[in-house]
Design a binder for this molecule. Structure first.
Ligand SMILES: Cc1ncc(COP(=O)(O)O)c(C=O)c1O
Length: 495
C-alpha cells in the first residue's frame, strides 16, 4: 500500500495514515472484506513505529470502517448506502397519564435473563454486549493492587481512586466534576432508585419520556409517583408539551435519557439540551439524566445536560454495565450541592457500599487503558451490527414500519401501524425461538403504540434470521388485518 507521509506536517502520522486508508475505502480501491496490510509490514514499508500503525488502525476501527478479527488482522467493513441511514420515526404526539399501574419489570427482566441461557433462542429483549476477553488478567491485577483495603468495609460513596478516574472521564465530556461529587452505586439502577427516592414523595408528579426505560417506570410506580409520559419525537422529548405540563402539574422531577435513549436510541442536540434545562430552571424542576449508553456512541455527542447545570438541578447517572459487564454492578452518580450528603446517607442504609472488588476491577480497566481499547472495538462491532440490522429491516419488514437510526447503544425502535397485533406476533415469534420485548413495557400505561425494541447486539446470522422471521409475521398479520373492514382499536394496543 502506497501512502505518502508528510513528516513535517502538524497532523500526526497515524491520522495521515487513517485518512489515506479511509479515502482508499471510499474510492472503492479497498473493498468490503479486504484485509489491510499487517501492522509489521505497513510499519516497515512506511518506516514508522508499529504503534503508529496500531493507532491508525484503532481509529479506523472506532470510525466503523474496519474491524479486527482475532489472530487474522484488520478487514474492511461492509458499507450500506447512506439512504438507509435515515430515521423514519414519527409517532403521534400523545401525552400519557396512566392510572396507578402494576409493574411488569420483574417478569420482563427475569424472562430476558432466562432466555439468555436458552440454547438456540435469539433474544431481542435485553441487550448484553459480550464481556472483554481479558477479564481474568485484569481481575487478577486488580486484586494484587491493595488487598488490605479491598477486603474491608468501604465508604458509602465508594473508592477515591475510582471516583477520581470517573471524574477525569467526565471532565473530558465537558462536565465540571471532582471525586467529591461522585457516588459509586450498585449499577445505575441503584442510582435511579436513590435519586428518585431523594426527590419524590408518594403522589408527586414526575415527567418521563414515552417510551422510556421500564426499570425507571417500575421505581416510580413502587413509590406511587404520578407519571406524566411526554412523547418522544425524532428530536427527543417534545419540549412544547413538556412546558405545558410543567406549568399545569408542577412536577417534582424530569427523567430523561439524553444520549442514545432507551428504547428509541435517539440522542438529543445541544440546543434541545439547553432548552430542556432552561425549562427545568424556569419551573424549578430537578432533572434526572440517565446516560447508561454514553460510552457506546459511534460519533461524538453534545456534552450531557449536567455539564450545563449551574444550579445543582441535574443528577447525572452512568454505568459500566453496558461498556464492561453488567455482572460487576458498578454504576455512578454525579450529585452536586446539598443533595450529595443526603444521598450517601441513603446509600449507606441500602447496602453500606458497592463491592470493593468490582470497583477495583473497573479501576484497573480504566488505569490500564484496556477499557478504551475494548470500547473502540466494541463500538465498531456494534456499528457494523446496527448497519446489518438496518439492511435486514429494509429487506424484510413491511414498508409501513418506521424505525430510528441510533448513533450508538444496543437498540433500535421500530414503530408499527396501529392495526398490528403485536401480542400475537410476539407469541408466534417465540414459537420460532425469537424473543421480543413487549413494546407496552416502555410506556407508563402499559399500552402506548405498537412497536418493537430490537437489540442489534447479536451475530450477523442471528440478525438476519430473526428479522426475516419477524418480517414475515408482520406482513402476514398486517395485510390480513388491513383486509378487514373494521377492527376494535383496543385489540391493536393489547400487549
Ligand atoms: C436507560 C437505563 N438505565 C439504567 C439501566 C440499569 O443498568 P445497570 O443497573 O446495569 O447499570 C439500564 C439497563 O438496561 C438502562 O437501559
Amino acid at each position: 500500500m502506497k501512502i505518502l507521509l508528510e513528516r513535517q506536517s502538524a497532523k500526526p502520522l497515524y491520522l495521515q495514515i487513517r485518512d489515506r486508508i479511509s479515502r482508499l475505502i471510499k474510492s472503492g480501491a479497498l473493498q468490503s472484506g479486504d484485509r489491510l496490510p499487517s501492522i509489521r509490514s505497513l510499519a516497515e514499508s512506511l518506516q514508522v513505529n508499529k504503534l503508529t500503525i496500531i493507532e491508525a488502525y484503532q481509529v479506523l476501527e472506532a470510525d466503523g470502517v474496519v474491524c479486527a478479527r482475532q489472530g487474522s488482522g484488520y478487514f474492511v467493513n461492509s458499507v450500506i448506502p447512506s439512504a438507509n441511514l435515515k430515521s423514519t420515526f414519527a409517532p403521534a404526539q400523545n401525552v400519557i397519564i396512566p392510572e396507578q399501574g402494576t409493574s411488569c419489570f420483574f417478569d420482563m427482566y427475569t424472562a430476558g435473563v432466562h432466555a439468555q441461557s436458552q440454547p438456540g433462542m435469539i433474544n431481542f429483549s435485553l441487550g448484553f454486549p459480550h464481556p472483554p476477553k481479558d477479564i481474568d488478567l485484569i481481575a487478577r491485577r486488580a486484586l494484587r493492587q491493595a488487598p488490605d483495603t479491598l477486603f474491608q468495609y468501604d465508604l458509602p460513596q465508594g473508592q477515591l481512586t475510582l471516583r477520581r478516574q470517573i471524574a477525569q472521564m467526565l471532565i473530558q465530556q465537558g462536565m465540571e466534576v471532582s471525586a467529591d461529587n461522585l457516588i459509586i452505586t450498585n449499577g445505575s439502577e441503584q442510582g435511579l432508585s436513590l435519586a428518585i427516592q431523594h426527590h419524590i414523595q408518594p403522589g408527586d408528579w414526575v415527567i418521563v419520556e414515552t417510551p422510556t426505560y421500564f426499570g425507571a417506570i417500575a421505581i416510580l410506580e413502587k413509590l406511587r409517583a404520578k407519571i406524566i409520559g411526554i412523547p418522544m419525537s425524532a428530536e427527543g422529548m417534545n419540549l412544547e408539551l413538556l412546558e405545558q405540563y410543567l406549568k399545569s402539574h408542577r412536577p417534582k422531577l424530569i427523567y430523561t435519557i439524553s444520549t442514545v435513549q432507551n428504547p428509541t436510541g435517539i440522542t438529543t442536540t445541544q440546543a434541545h439540551r439547553q432548552q430542556l434545562l432552561r425549562l427545568a430552571e424556569k419551573y424549578e424542576c430537578p432533572i434526572l439524566e440517565d446516560n447508561a449508553y454514553e460510552g457506546l456512541c459511534f460519533e461524538s455527542v453534545p456534552a450531557p445536560i449536567k455539564a450545563l447545570d449551574k444550579q445543582d438541578l441535574v443528577t447525572y447517572i452512568g454505568t459500566f454495565s453496558k461498556t464492561l459487564m453488567p455482572g460487576l454492578r458498578v454504576g455512578y452518580m454525579v450529585v452536586t450541592g446539598k443533595h450529595y450528603q443526603a444521598i450517601i446517607e441513603e446509600k449507606l442504609l441500602h447496602d453500606l457500599h458497592t463491592s470493593t472488588i468490582s470497583q477495583a476491577i473497573v479501576s484497573e480497566y480504566l488505569a490500564s487503558g484496556h477499557l478504551r481499547r475494548y470500547l473502540n472495538q466494541l463500538r465498531a462491532e456494534l456499528l457494523q451490527s446496527r448497519n446489518l440490522m438496518l439492511q435486514a429491516l429494509e429487506h424484510y419488514f413491511p414498508e409501513e414500519a418506521r424505525w430510528t437510526v441510533p448513533n450508538g447503544g444496543l437498540f433500535l425502535w421500530v414503530q408499527l401501524p396501529d392495526n398490528v397485533p403485536t401480542k400475537t406476533i410476539r407469541i408466534e415469534a417465540l414459537s420460532q425461538s425469537v424473543l421480543v420485548a413487549c413494546s407496552s413495557v416502555f410506556f407508563p400505561d402499559k399500552q402506548g403504540y405498537p412497536a418493537m425494541r430490537l437489540t442489534f447486539c447479536l451475530t450477523p446470522e442471528e440478525i438476519e434470521t430473526a428479522i426475516s422471521i419477524l418480517g414475515k409475521l408482520l406482513k402476514k398479520h398486517l395485510y390480513k388485518a388491513s383486509d378487514r373492514i373494521s377492527r376494535p382499536q383496543t385489540l391493536a394496543h393489547s400487549i
